[in-house]
Design a binder for this molecule. Structure first.
Ligand SMILES: NC(=O)c1ccc[n+]([C@@H]2O[C@H](COP(=O)([O-])OP(=O)(O)OC[C@H]3O[C@@H](n4cnc5c(N)ncnc54)[C@H](OP(=O)(O)O)[C@@H]3O)[C@@H](O)[C@H]2O)c1
Length: 304
């Protein structure tokens, strides 16, 4: 049987067509997708990550059609949110039960779909910085999907959050989410920071690294600028201290972290910040809006 899906067509962009029904492996459930997120990587790295004819999308929420054959995970009929590398922008997707979590009753599936890649990344990155009570944390690309989760979670962990955005218009809502200071220019940050959560890379990461306190840690989460960084390590050597920089990735098996985020959302302690929501027939519009930095937070496609 075929299902409807959006596929990556290098010549025509995103195209709705029929693809074969996914064939789940033993540890995977089959999901009827109701909502799927559109992440930066789904759009900017489509050629590298998803070849021609492949179905993009990593985050999807919906209803379990078939539970995993190995007996793991939730039964048929459960509402779940899932993560897998590709296949989310389709009426059905297969996903490992280790990367799935049950969505609380009453929670909008579009809200759940906004959580996996961006939310779990922010959760892990904030934890990686260690204890944050009373410490300063700089979040770059704070206006975007990962950034808005990182601001909220770092603030919730007790940090004084400095949120960096591309221009003042992109700052909307960040103070309400917990940022102590919002800047459109890192020259306005005059006190060192304990940690950097960097989503932008390029020259901005070099500027952010220069703001680290002596034992500070910078995590390179992403490179939305698509430019390599330009840190002057000779200057750093002369400055002394033990500042560190780590490329950051999230391991697989994120189901328990998804459950943590779902719980925070359900208790009103985390806002998924859906800045674009619409039919999957408008996936190209959503992709354009995301790449042109017009989405405050997450973009979510309604699938059906
Ligand atoms: N390491 C991991 O496991 C992991 C997981 C998820 C995402 N990522 C990466 O993290 C980065 C952020 O992801 P995201 O989902 O938050 O993306 P997003 O929602 O598109 O946000 C990216 C932010 O970066 C800023 N930016 C600066 N220069 C940009 C440029 N040239 N093009 C686009 N944005 C630019 C924008 O803020 P302003 O408009 O305010 O400047 C934008 O809000 C991406 O590089 C993504 O691939 C990594």
């Amino acid at each position: 049987m075929d299902v409807r899906a959006i596929v990556h067509d290098p010549a025509a962009g995103l195209r709705l067509t029929d693809v074969p029904d996914p064939d789940p492996r033993p540890g995977e459930l089959l999901l009827e997708v109701r909502a799927a997120a559109l992440n930066f990587l789904d759009v900017a790295y489509r050629d590298e990550l998803f070849g021609p004819g492949a179905v993009p999308g990593v985050d999807a929420a919906g209803v379990v059609l078939e539970p995993a054959a190995d007996g793991s995970g939730p039964p048929a009929g459960s509402r779940v949110v899932t993560f897998a590398l590709g296949g989310a922008w389709a009426q059905r997707r297969a996903a490992a039960t280790a990367d799935a979590a049950v969505v609380p009753d009453g929670m909008d599936l579009a809200v759940a779909a906004a959580l996996p890649a961006a939310g779990v990344t922010a959760l892990h990155a904030v934890r990686r910085l260690g204890p944050l009570l009373g410490r300063r944390v700089l979040v770059t690309g704070a206006s975007g999907g990962v950034g808005r989760y990182a601001v909220q979670l770092a603030a919730r962990a007790g940090a004084d959050v400095v949120a960096a955005v591309g221009n003042p218009a992109r700052a909307s809502g960040l103070v309400e989410l917990g940022a102590r200071q919002v800047v459109a220019d890192l020259a306005d940050v005059t006190t060192p920071v304990h940690g950097v959560l960097d989503n932008v890379g390029g020259p901005l990461l070099a500027e952010a690294f220069a703001l680290l306190a002596q034992d500070g840690l910078a995590l390179s989460i992403g490179q939305a600028s698509r430019q390599p960084t330009t840190i002057d390590f000779e200057r750093e050597r002369r400055r002394g201290g033990g500042r560190r920089l780590e490329p950051f990735t999230v391991p697989s098996g994120i189901g328990p972290d998804l459950a943590v985020l779902l719980d925070l959302v359900e208790r009103g302690r985390l806002d998924p910040q859906i800045g674009w929501r619409g039919s999957w027939l408008r996936a190209d519009d959503a992709a354009q809006a995301l790449l042109s930095r017009q989405v405050p937070g997450k973009a979510v496609l309604e699938i059906g």
